[in-house]
Design a protein around this ligand. Sequence first.
Ligand SMILES: [Zn+2]
Length: 178
Amino acid sequence: MKVKRFEGMSSCYLIQGKQNVLIDAGADVHDRVDIVILTHSHFDHIAYLHHIVKRNKCKVYVSEKEKQDIETISEKTMYRWSPIQLEPVKVHKTLKEGDLLKFDGFSLRVIESPGHTDGSISLYNEDTCELFSGDTVFNFNGVFGRTDCPSGSHKDLFCSIDKLKSLKIKKLYPGHDY
Ligand SMILES: [Zn+2]
């Protein structure tokens, strides 16, 4: 996978190929984007989503549990904390545990990893053992996401981390501090 990283309010990753797939939208990515997949609906991961969608007419994928949050900018997005105005965006496809998203040259498995929010997902490339973990787990000594935000759960997060630990991971792309 050819992955280009963008730093903004969160770390975003553009997987480049025939279709350019962007993981999270916390940076104003000006490269061509065909599909945006969101790990969760927090403001720092969706802040530039409406700009990116407007420019590219791209599709937006998110877990079922966060769809409404994106489409209405709910309390769960914590929009009040956002330095820029958030705008509702239409979701084209909802994702659930085990879905395999096939793109040209690579696939991503959807792994539900609730805890940071109830609809948080991670995305795993089973062929290259690369994991996009959102705010579930970070690169520093196994630091993991906070659970004190709306819909967060400490218990769920620990289950999710156990689940992710069972994967073979060669490269981790977390939502912050790459
Ligand atoms: Zn978050």
